[in-house]
Ligand binder design. Structure first.
Ligand code: IPM
Ligand code: MN
Length: 351
């Protein structure tokens, strides 16, 4: 297969983790006779510094023309500490999600056998966890009406959803549930929020089209508790943008590290694959960040091209590295650790 992949390294540790995903993908391509051409493009603070815009039109053109986008991370502290900044790196990611129509964010949570005891949660609670949080990505409070009133002393952000936006996300959730354990949990706050009541009403109306799927409805506050208490009780979960953002960071605790969690964003055009972690500026340039979330995001990409063996080869080599203790500092517990680039080389060699 011939693949053209847009490569958006972004900020902080982005370029370092992306480099490793490229090494591993190239090794897979070589082994299975595929040809990957990489098309780098600017995004985030790096793009603001270069052209004054976090998601320039040229970058969008590269993404649209590509078969998929592999993305590193976005964000820079110089913007975080300046609430008055008009242009922010994160806007690049939001604009990209919107312009590429990436309305569904697939965030799987699973455990690695060799890391179970690294989780702060008890082994018997998390063993066997295999759930997917399907986060709506182009609606809700992230994209609602916002502003200031009262001479700047009052600020508001509004959460808006249309029935159609909920339906297209929920449809993916139902389909995913059908291909798995036929369990779907709709996470909302329907006891308080009108937008959540529309979610619940919309999903309820869709149940008849998927009679085999058992749907449960739970409030997000209760889910925040149950997710770490009984992660095994969940399979496919659907939820709105902000709830999904928060719950997926929480869910990463189950796996043992944010540095391990991949994601795929899917929608109407090119799909995007990215780790769920941020740009980790404290580690930028130090060659210490864990590249596995990005490497596993590349595995999700191969899977979506229907290259299942290739995806499995990546997952296998990641598992091998973890069980043999070939790990970056965050997982080394004071023992021997590998540099980001060394781990990438090791993975590529062992594919
Ligand atoms: C994520 C991130 C982003 C989000 C930020 C960087 C805009 O936290 O992908 O989860 O909130 O969606
Ligand atoms: Mn987040």
């Amino acid at each position: 297969m011939k693949l053209n992949i847009a490569l958006l390294a972004g900020d902080g540790i982005g370029p370092e983790v992306i480099d490793q995903a490229v090494k591993v993908s190239n090794a897979v391509a070589k082994k299975y006779n595929h040809e990957i051409s990489w098309s780098p493009a600017l995004t985030g603070a790096a793009a603001i510094d270069a052209v004054g815009e976090p998601y320039p039109d040229e970058t969008h053109a590269v993404c649209e023309a590509a078969d998929a986008v592999l993305f590193g991370a976005i964000g820079h502290p110089k913007f975080d500490n300046d609430p008055s900044a008009k242009v922010r790196p994160e806007q690049g990611l939001l604009k990209m999600r919107q312009k590429l129509g990436l309305f569904a964010n697939v965030r799987p949570t699973f455990t690695f056998p060799s890391l179970i005891d690294k989780s702060p949660l008890k082994r018997e609670r998390i063993e066997g966890t295999d759930l997917i949080i399907l986060r709506e990505l182009t609606g809700g409070i992230y994209f609602g009406k916002r502003g200031r009133e009262d001479n700047g002393d009052t600020a508001y952000d509004t959460c808006t959803y249309t029935r159609a936006e909920i339906q297209r996300l929920a449809k993916k959730g139902f389909e995913m549930a059908m291909s798995r354990s036929k369990k779907l949990c709709c996470v909302d706050k329907a006891n308080v929020l009108e937008s959540s009541r529309l979610w619940r009403e919309t999903v309820q109306a869709m149940e008849k089209d998927y009679p085999e799927v058992t749907v449960t409805y739970e409030f997000v506050d209760a889910v925040a508790m149950r997710l770490v208490q009984w992660p095994n009780s969940y399979d496919v979960m659907i939820t709105e943008n902000l709830f999904g953002d928060i719950l997926t960071d929480e869910a990463s605790v189950i796996s043992g590290s944010m540095g391990l969690m991949p994601s795929a964003s899917v929608g109407t055009k090119t799909k995007l694959y990215e780790p769920i972690h941020g740009s980790y500026p404290q580690a930028a340039g130090k060659d210490i960040a864990n590249p596995l979330a990005t490497v596993l995001s590349a595995a999700m990409m191969f899977e979506d091209f229907n290259l299942k063996e290739e995806a499995q080869a990546i997952r296998d080599v990641v598992n091998k590295s973890l069980s043999e203790g070939v790990v970056t500092e965050d997982l080394a517990e004071g023992g021997k650790s590998y540099k980001t680039s060394e781990l990438g080389d090791w993975l590529a060699k062992n594919i």
